[in-house]
Design a protein around this ligand. Structure first.
Ligand code: F6R
Length: 607
């Protein structure tokens, strides 16, 4: 996720900006840059780490007491010196940095290009510099307002103008932005840790607000221009806590980021009528219509997301879809052929096995579509089509928000294919589209129920083995829930289709063995309840994940973790959240290293 810095004060801006950018490194980035205003706008920027930028500014120092800075995590355009922020308009009188995504980027760029504007980068950010410059007639606030009224999306924008030295104007549209109030100096940043060693007093800018920073400090307005009075927040977190946004672990922070991640993944891609606009997915309708088969290949959590995806494609498109472990597929001489679509899912885009399976599929003439979180990753460079999941960097080794974004990406893909091929059940598709739009709000609601999950965690924290069961999509979610528990609690966990229990594993169920059951699939409900009865008869402790309005479940289970009502096809998206939180709280009770579990690495680039 990009990081933003800004400084107005009596000191040299460059060292403050560079130091702030280093403190934002944990957010993940691929290039960095600063701009300092001193009668002209002077920019230094470079692909790579802040160290490279430091070398640049050492060799070619910047002097001035007002400036902005940025660490970029690529979304539009590969990581490069040119795409790094800040970006100026062609006259060099306006400079911007920006965090987030401009959803109507292509539309705006076409409009500006038709007016004769020329661009030097592939970014959506440069568009903003042009929009502000076009609107500027001596009033930076008015020009920023004008630009923001045209740019749709979730973003934070920070702007300086050569003709208004000593001033920075910034806007928050969903993406975070804070102001640090120092003694005679003011800081802007996307996150508190950037300046926590300089001040403990902050103004948290809220969605839809604009802030003007100058020698008098900071004043906040709504984007429309109404004055806002905000009491400063005094923060007494330590630096490590601040990086985690006040959460004790990155994993917990990332779980709680999921409502915002869904908004990002969907951003500008799904219309009310279900039309899915997927930039970088270039296959045409004819390809979609003639498609013979979909293959999904991935490892670990990404594979588990693929399990959900295969069911989405089957149910929405009635398409033959198989999901294959990449490390198996690459050696299995798979029957992939020309005209097939192979979807390789990988958060990092660097997993060696997934890359090998993807390459094999391409050799066999399939079209390769990457679902990945990292712009410019090896997988994205080798794919014919790319669906960026936009989850932002995931720091915890145990994946949560990246999994969520992979699910959302696959619903979008199914709708894109369905637009060309026809959807097998338009009424179901309509419920899914509506459900996707309301999903961020219901996930947000779910986050408030963490205390119940923490309570349930106590019931399984001392177990030796835990079983996860479900049918259909619930089984797919159970697999992900059990993987989370294994990874961070080190308790043996196993997921299986609920109907499989009685074919052997039931022999292991005793009163010391908790069983977690997921029940979002209406049509399979009674069948799953039969499996619960089998467990109860052997004394097993059952924890269910079920809808709020499921009144029957309390009769069969000891503990119920409730999720907001959804439709069958979207149910698993909510159901995974209590399972993530359950794993987290069990690991916490056991005192484990949650963000860096033993023996595991974030990116598995070996075979
Ligand atoms: C588990 C986890 C791993 C990864 C797997 C694939 O929480 O993160 O199972 O999902 O190693 O990684 P990517 O998605 O980067 O290909």
């Amino acid at each position: 996720m990009c990081g933003i810095m800004g400084y107005v004060g009596p000191n040299q801006a460059a060292p403050v900006l560079l130091d702030g950018l280093q403190r934002l490194e944990y957010r993940g980035y691929d290039s960095a840059g600063i701009a300092v205003l001193n009668s002209k706008i002077h920019v230094r920027k470079a692909e790579g780490k802040v160290d490279r930028l430091l070398e640049l500014t050492d060799n070619s120092p910047l002097s001035g007491t007002v400036g902005i800075g940025h660490t970029r995590w690529a979304t539009h355009g590969v990581p490069s010196d040119l795409n790094a922020h800040p970006h100026t308009d062609p006259s060099g009188s306006i400079v911007v940095v920006h965090n987030g995504i401009i959803e109507n980027f292509y539309e705006l760029r076409d409009q500006l290009t038709a007016e004769g504007h020329e661009f030097t980068s592939e970014t959506d950010t440069e568009i903003l510099a042009h929009l502000v410059a076009r609107a500027y007639d001596g009033d930076l606030v008015a020009a920023v307002r004008d630009a923001v009224s045209q740019a749709e999306g979730a973003y934070a924008l920070v702007v300086m103008a050569v003709h208004e030295p000593g001033k920075i104007v910034a806007v928050r549209r969903i993406s975070p932005l804070i102001v640090g109030l120092g003694d005679g100096e003011t800081f802007l940043a996307s996150d508190i840790p950037a300046v926590l060693h300089r001040t403990r007093d902050f103004l948290i800018i809220e969605d839809g607000e604009l802030v003007i920073v100058d020698e008098n400090g900071a004043s906040i307005e709504t984007i429309e221009g109404a004055k806002v009075d905000r009491e400063p927040l005094h923060v007494d977190w330590d630096a490590e806590m601040a990086e985690k946004g006040g959460y004790d672990h990155f994993m917990l922070k990332e779980i709680h980021e999921q409502p915002a991640v869904v908004t990002e993944t969907l951003g500008g891609r799904l219309e009310e009528d279900g039309t899915a606009w997927l930039e970088n997915v270039d296959f045409d309708d004819e390809f979609a219509r003639n498609l013979g088969r979909i293959w999904i290949t991935a490892c670990g959590t990404a594979y588990n997301a693929g399990m959900v995806g295969s069911e989405i494609f089957r149910r929405l498109l009635r398409m033959p879809t198989s999901v294959e472990y990449a490390h198996e597929m690459r050696y299995a001489d798979p029957l992939v052929s020309e005209g097939d679509l192979v979807i390789a899912i990988s958060q990092s885009g660097e997993t060696a096995d997934t890359l090998a399976a993807a390459r094999l599929a391409k050799e066999r003439g399939a079209r390769l579509l990457a679902v990945t979180n990292v712009v410019g990753s090896t997988l994205s460079r080798e794919a014919d089509d790319i669906l960026y999941t936009r989850a932002g960097p995931e720091i915890s080794v145990a994946s949560t928000k990246a999994y969520m974004a992979m699910l959302i990406g696959q619903y979008l893909l199914a709708l894109r294919l369905g637009a060309a091929r026809g959807l097998s059940d338009p009424a179901l598709a309509e419920r899914v589209i509506h459900g996707l739009h309301t999903l961020p709000a219901s996930l947000e609601e779910l986050m408030h129920r963490e205390a119940e999950v923490a309570e349930a965690a106590k019931r399984i924290a001392n177990a030796q083995d835990v079983y996860y069961i479900g049918r259909g999509l619930d089984y797919a979610v159970a697999v992900e829930g059990s993987l989370k528990l294994k990874e961070i609690s080190y308790i043996h966990a196993e997921a299986m289709p609920a109907g499989e229990l009685k074919h052997g594993t039931l022999a292991l169920i005793t009163e010391d063995v908790p069983v977690i059951v997921v029940l979002t699939q209406e049509a399979l409900y009674d069948k799953t309840v039969s499996a619960i009865q089998e467990v109860k008869a052997r004394g097993g402790d059952v924890i269910a994940v079920a809808y709020d309005d499921d009144e029957r479940i309390g009769r069969f289970c000891d503990t119920v973790l409730r999720i907001p009502r959804s439709n069958d096809l979207l149910g698993p998206v909510s159901a995974v959240v209590p399972l993530q939180l359950l794993a987290y709280h069990v690991a916490r009770i056991r005192g484990n290293d949650i963000d860096q579990p033993r023996n595991l690495a974030k990116s598995v680039t070996v075979e």
